[in-house]
Design a protein around this ligand. Structure first.
Ligand SMILES: Cc1cc2nc3c(=O)[nH]c(=O)nc-3n(C[C@H](O)[C@H](O)[C@H](O)COP(=O)(O)OP(=O)(O)OC[C@H]3O[C@@H](n4cnc5c(N)ncnc54)[C@H](O)[C@@H]3O)c2cc1C
Length: 417
């Protein structure tokens, strides 16, 4: 059964991440929102040195998973990697959603390696996150003509002797600049491409492209509404040659679309993480409103009959309830993954709920504070801008609702699209 009490290790992680969020991220959040495309190197280097050798923290167990022998894993019992990551990400995003996305570490690319890589690949690629220099990874799925329907990917990977040759364009790649440019990193980008267009979904595979591989260019970085401290890059692949063993999982093209499920499994790990980030931003807004109401001597009277509550009290309690509902869905999805259970439905539920909740909470919070909420004097208007992305990337609200409907009603993607 699920236990709602967090382990000591996770509670310690939460405390450490909260310290980092409060003392290192909040003070620079406004500055790096306004200086989009500039990197907070002091913060990034410190965050890296704090997390790279950590025995607790979002990076720690990911590296361990890449290194452990099976016997040692058995000894440690069920992993807490996903739940611990969600708890850590909520705290960091409470500090700042854009800065959190810029922190070096295994990130989305690492999650893809864990979900689709062989044991040898996990060990090899994740061991990069141990050195002295910060290392980033990123995941490149979206293309100019496909985002929501990732089965329509146009980028190609063609086998040529000991190499795969990649061609295509990827857009909106989070941390694509940091992970792809060798000036910044020894990192890598996980790129989705088809090895056989005629095979449809079954032909889509994911590939590791090391930073600085000839043929991969970081073409531009987007100017954005929110999460402006995080870079979002366009990557162009022109006859980009990568070693043959840089394909994640098997190179075989199965007869059915089963193979596509392997790459899609990445989302089962990453959607709860995005949900956790949304919850962190939403919690920042709720905490701020609570403080403002206290300052103005407006109490929240819990336990009073609903018809006696003021509109502000009702709104505030609703914000808290929605946030808690999103958090519980997120923790369930993460816990299931830690226990080896299939969580695709729950991962989409968590992502859809948290994405809409954070959007509504931050808008309501701005509304409650009126002109102060809209002003750049405090961070609330920024959180409202940062919130929206959680309802877009890793599957939009509509796409996640459709996945939920398919899974509950037993429809295939052909029957309900
Ligand atoms: C800041 C930022 C960072 C990102 N980071 C990454 C990243 O790291 N890696 C990556 O690969 N991608 C990334 N993305 C891309 C993101 O995942 C896509 O934008 C998203 O999946 C939507 O795809 P699309 O842009 O093609 O929109 P579309 O698929 O064209 O969708 C447009 C609208 O139509 C709706 N829609 C589409 N199909 C349906 C349907 N069948 N039923 C109902 N409604 C539908 C969508 O919900 C959406 O509202 C990022 C995007 C942004 C803005």
């Amino acid at each position: 059964m699920i236990n709602f009490e967090l382990s000591d290790a996770i509670s310690k992680t939460r405390e450490r991440m909260h310290m980092m969020a409060e003392h290192m991220m909040r003070p620079i959040a406004r500055e790096y929102d306004e200086r989009e495309h500039e990197k907070p190197w002091d913060f990034l280097n410190t965050a890296w040195s704090l997390s790279k050798n950590a025995t607790v923290g979002p990076n720690a167990e990911t590296k361990q998973q890449g290194e452990d022998a099976p016997a040692k894993k058995k000894e440690r019992g069920p992993s807490e990697l996903n739940l611990r990551t969600c708890v850590a990400v909520e705290e960091l995003s409470w500090g700042d959603g854009g800065l959190y996305l810029s922190i070096p570490g295994p990130g989305l690319g690492g999650a893809a390696v864990l979900a689709a890589g062989t044991p040898e690949q996990k060990k090899r690629f994740l061991s990069r996150f141990k050195g002295d220099k910060p290392v980033w990874s990123a995941m490149a799925i979206t293309e100019p003509s496909c985002g929501s329907d990732s089965a329509k990917i146009q980028a190609t990977a063609v086998r040529d002797g000991d190499h795969w040759v990649l061609n295509g364009t990827k857009i909106f790649c989070t941390s694509g600049l940091m992970a792809g440019d060798p000036k910044n990193s020894q990192g890598f980008i996980v790129v989705w491409a088809t090895v056989d267009r005629s095979a449809g979904r079954a032909g889509i595979k994911s590939f590791i492209v090391d930073a600085g591989t000839p043929g991969m260019t970081v073409a531009k970085c987007e100017d954005k509404l929110g999460i402006r401290a995080s870079d979002t890059a366009t990557l162009i692949f022109e006859d980009c040659r990568i070693p043959v063993d840089h394909i994640l999982g098997s190179p075989e093209v199965p007869k059915t679309s089963e193979g596509f499920k392997g790459v899609m499994a990445t989302f089962d790990a990453t959607r709860p993480i995005v949900a956790a980030s949304a919850i962190g931003i939403g919690r920042a807004a709720v905490d701020l409103i609570r403080e403002e109401l206290e300052k103005q001597g407006i109490p929240i009277r819990y336990g009073v009959a609903p018809h006696q509550l003021t509109a502000i009290e009702r709104d505030f309690m609703d914000m808290e309830t929605q946030l808690q509902a999103a958090r519980l869905l997120t923790w369930r999805a993460a816990w299931m993954m830690d226990h080896g259970q299939v969580n695709s439905l729950e991962a989409s539920m968590a992502k859809a709920k948290a994405g809409i909740v954070v959007t509504q909470i931050t808008q309501k919070a701005v509304e409650m504070l009126g002109p102060l909420g809209y002003s750049r004097e405090i961070l609330l208007e920024k959180w409202m801008r940062d919130a929206k992305i959680n309802d877009i990337f890793e599957g939009t609200q509509q796409i996640n609702l459709m996945i939920i409907a398919r899974r509950i009603l037993g429809y295939s993607s052909k029957e309900l699209s």
